[in-house]
Design a protein. Sequence first.
Length: 747
Amino acid sequence: MTDTYYIQRSLICDEEVFSEDRLLGMASVIVVLAEPGAGKTELLKSLAGRLGVRADKASIFRHRNSTAPSQYLVLDALDEVAKLDPSGIDAIFVKAQETGAKLVIFSSRSSEWEEAREVRIRECFGTDPKVVRLQPFDENEQKALFSHHMPDEDFSAFKSELEKFDLEPLLGNPQFLRLFADAFVESGRTFTTKQKLFEDAVRRLANVLPNGVAQKTDSTRDERISWANEVFAKLLLSGAVGVDVTDTLDEIQFPHLTSLVHSDAAVVSILDTQLFKPSDDPNKHEPVHRIVAEFCAARYLAARVDDSSDTFSLRRCMAVIAPNSVVRDELRGLLGWMAALGSQALQEAAIDLDPYAVLANGDPSQLSLPSKKRLIAGLQKVAEDDPFFRRSDVWRTFSASGFFTGEVVDVLRPLLTGREENGHLRGLLLELLEGSGAIPQLEPELCALMLDPDGSTNTRVSAHRCLISMSEHDHTADCKALISEGSKVSLNIAAKLFQTFGVSKIGRGELLDLFRKSAGLYPGRKDRRDREIGSRYFLQQLVRTLDLEDVEWLLDQLTNGLRCTCGAKAAHDCDCRNGVSKIVGLLLDRYFELRDGPYDPVKVWGWIGNLNFHGQMSAKRSAAVHVLQTDHDLRQSIQRLVLGHLTDRQEVWDTRFNSFEFQSHSGLHFQPDDWKAMADYAFETDNPGLWSVFISNHNPHRNADERGPDDLRRHLREQAREKPVFMKEWAKQNRAWEESRREWKER
């Protein structure tokens, strides 16, 4: 029975995260990229269901003789189209365009995607594709998936066991999570190596399902695993999709099961296990996932290649995997596992063909020391020929736990200390170092990389991620140096240090310096040099981690003595307070999130009074705006505090304009009830100068639904009748308005 449990996915493009629903309206051609096992197939099924169509495999779509017109087309696994036919993917693009679909969605492994294919799509469809990536599951989603898959197991214990081998980052990948969960139970809830973990997972998947169709011939679990290994190897090498249990005309994509394995009738029992899943046709079955197929196939091929009596030699095997010494894209995962499971000769052959595939797939910790050194040398050579060799796989997260032994660190050190070249190599090595036990041996080199003002952003951030795992490292000294340097990336890293270790450990003074330095990151109104989306998002993340006491202290410090220093004649021309105002605005949002009313209007005005904003903020996006707009007592108390003592009409007018209109905090803008409240306050305190500013003029051009008595004018007229001095202001303002209207008509 197919598991229909599904968690809605988030996607990312240009640092913007969005939902599945929003994705469907973003472009007419969409390409979804992700690492193996990240959930591309399930996502495409979900998207296809929303569109009312079925998701097809690209390899099957390609071999169809004819394709009916369709409004929507969803094609999965472009990467599985055989590399033996270089024109295969181009043919799929052409065939997809010929369907006339108004929306086409493709998916591919990120490591096999090339930007040149985006050019092909543009040439074929006449539009640029929207290339998006799958967001890994967060911890809550991981726990939900684990609880569904293993309802009787403890997620915390499972995660702790993975952390021992630096495999916890892989839990964002749903297929890895399921495999690890199966291995967790099969191994007795104790892991040893990544290879053993996969072996245990396969053993659990090889159990016959209770609801499976009973077979006439019994088989042992080891026999089923052996048969599945052989079947998977032949499917992957041939480019076939799955197996069929009946005679069929579709032998290329679904060969008959018994034609792949020379065994008795019991071989069909492998279809009763979780190693296979049903295809669209009830008689056809596919590997449960390509990751499982690659591991099982690698075991079969490595055993045959390393058997000196077997005619299937290493040379013959590599001729199929890498014709003309170029590894077929869809077999790079298989090659990586073969290196991890094979002999020294097999390791060297695989590394020489594709060192990155060996590192990114399988279990590189199982390589011998000479092979590890050979791998690093191979990566250096690849980077010299193609600095950006990772292609779209640069976003992928994987683990190389156990790879960096002491001897390997000595080989690695020169690559970290030399001059940084443009490309992916150094960033890749730093990513693999994260969480590694080798970090203490490289502490000086990593610290130098993080603090290097000329280093690339990725290098500096990756070095920081490595060092952050060292509790004995002097992170406070690093934070001070980063803030002193003051670049965007330095301040970002410093903010991460506060988020990790807290204000109490690093210090309030450094936190204040960080925010003051960060104020300079905000451009002026006419400054177009820095429009990078999300470039200051780290400040919002940092503010969300602060407690109330720290927030109030920062608000006091940042607004104390705040005033315009640029000499602008008007607030809308002033840019010197832009950054501070933005940061204080974030802190105010945090303050109102943490603090329940009633609020002190004197304190709040002390923080808000001298801020200067060049745009408006909605209550949906700001807690401070929401509170100030809905807490009428607080807002009107601030208005009385600022305007209540003023008696000169022009001074009141200017102050109201500057403090409660355009350039002020959006939460303080006058609302209709505020006019009446201020007029009543002025009347009660015998302040006709203040009162006169809130007289509303008669408007003969109101809409039909607004016609009728003006309640505010009527209320003020009644007040004017009670006190002659107010009647004088009333008459004066109405005469001025009539005269102004007459002059306008004459002009």
